[in-house]
Design a protein around this ligand. Structure first.
Ligand code: PA5
Length: 424
């Protein structure tokens, strides 16, 4: 399914080259004993979502109802209430789903106007997701969507155009859904937004897109089982111990995730939030950087290679030798492009990724490659849980709480204040 490597050299020789063997061993030991407490006490609600869990049926039924009622689904939600779904459904492009899914996660007046102009109110469904049920962006979009659909004046029930996911208890989003008489699914109370991709938050959009919830969760279960059984070799634990050792000993303060597959572009946004919001605390933290190969070889790579040596680089690759269109040999040779003759686009991308990793290593950068054998639901489910585990274990090594975000709350309160203070 997926594996990691550090190029032709072993992890041990990389550690030696960086002079961090001792720090790594210490951090690995700490990470492993932490992982073992997680296994014992099952303290990982975000990884507890089973492929045959009690929420699978409600998700399937909600997805079925949504699919039957619309051609377009607008998923309202921001941060962790949207990025997981975006990352997950990105692979649905390969088997064109029955419903077009829109994810306007950043509040923008111009984008909303555009969306409303493009879509047909009669054939649009709105899925509003907010764990707290109080997020201003999501509520503002919801109110705007309601007014827009109402203005369409169709004879069906307005509430049938909406589905909600929010926590139980009194909160504006829930009250709104109840008043509309729309279906409301409970957001698990013990899973935070950026860790919610495998819950109904990510999996309802997945089911609407025609992808398999069961497969996503089976992939995640497999990775969790490996993490529990052999934490010392789990990608998440090794990655956390390495990242933290490099941070402590070598001032490596940036964490690059660079997949060589367009469908993983949204995954890098999801990871960026997960890492930054979980670990940037108490004056410490490492900064996530997003890039996509090969396109960002032509934008950020110069900096990665020749700028400060302060990055831990993770490449995610999908073997693609022989994949994609093949370049005609005669045509290529006619233009002096012999090296391209008879190669596929996949051959080119594979060689580019290999060459970039090698060049970075030669420049003394730490490079980890995670190889997934295909862009499948199982592999993506596995990647999600592996990176969530890596984040949580890293938080433990750093001594911060991965699950809160106290600093951003202040800005949210101030925004509400400024809006209230505007003249009527
Ligand atoms: O990960 C998080 O906790 C945040 O990014 C939230 O997902 C984001 O702020 C949205 O919150 P809510 O789901 O309450 O609307």
């Amino acid at each position: 399914m997926f594996s990691y490597s550090f190029g032709q050299t072993s992890l041990e020789s990389q550690l030696e080259a960086f002079g961090i063997t001792e720090a790594y061993d210490r951090n690995l030991e700490k990470a492993v004993s932490y992982a073992k407490t997680l296994s014992k006490d099952d303290l990982l609600p975000f990884a507890r979502q089973r492929h045959d869990g009690p929420d699978v049926d409600p998700i399937a039924k909600a997805a079925d109802r949504i699919r039957k009622s619309c051609d377009d689904l607008i998923v309202l939600g921001t941060g962790g209430s949207s990025l997981g779904a975006q990352a997950a459904i990105a692979i649905a492009r390969f088997n064109k789903g029955p419903v077009r899914i829109h994810t306007p996660d950043s509040l923008c007046p111009f984008e909303m106007d555009l969306l409303f102009k493009e879509l047909d109110t009669a054939r649009t469904h709105v899925l509003a997701i907010s764990k707290s049920g109080t997020t201003a962006e999501t509520l503002a979009q919801l109110l705007a969507c309601r007014a827009w659909i109402e203005a369409g004046q169709h004879s069906d029930n307005l509430g049938d155009h909406f589905t909600f996911i929010t926590e139980p208890g009194e909160r504006p989003l829930r009250t709104y859904g109840e008043k509309l008489g729309s279906p409301i699914l409970d957001h698990p109370t013990d899973v935070g937004g950026r860790f919610s991709v495998l819950t109904n938050v990510g999996m309802l959009p997945v089911a609407v897109s025609g992808l398999s919830v069961e497969k996503f969760r089976k992939g995640a279960e497999e990775v969790c089982a490996q993490f529990m059984a052999q934490p010392e070799s789990a990608t998440a634990v090794v990655g956390a111990a390495l990242t933290h050792s490099l941070y402590q000993e070598k001032g490596i303060t940036q964490v690059l995730v660079m997949p060589y597959a367009e469908s993983l572009r949204a995954f890098t946004r999801w990871h960026g939030q997960l890492w930054a919001e979980s670990l940037g605390k108490d004056g410490i933290g490492t900064t996530p950087i997003r890039a996509i190969g090969p396109v960002d070889q032509h934008s950020q790579l110069q900096l990665f290679l020749d700028g400060p040596n302060d990055k831990f680089c993770t490449f995610i690759t999908v073997p693609s030798f022989g994949k994609g269109p093949r370049i005609d040999a005669a045509e290529a040779k006619a233009y002096g492009l012999d090296y391209m003759a008879n190669r596929t686009i996949g051959d080119t991308v594979t060689c580019q990724s290999k060459a970039t990793q090698e060049t970075l290593r030669k420049k003394g950068r730490t490079v980890r490659e995670i190889v997934i054998d295909s862009l499948s639901e199982e592999n993506l489910g596995g990647l999600f849980v592996s990176f969530m585990l890596e984040t949580v274990v890293t938080a433990h090594l750093m001594g911060v709480n991965a699950f809160d975000q106290p600093a951003v709350e202040e800005g949210k309160i101030l925004t509400r204040q400024y809006l209230s203070d505007l003249p009527e």
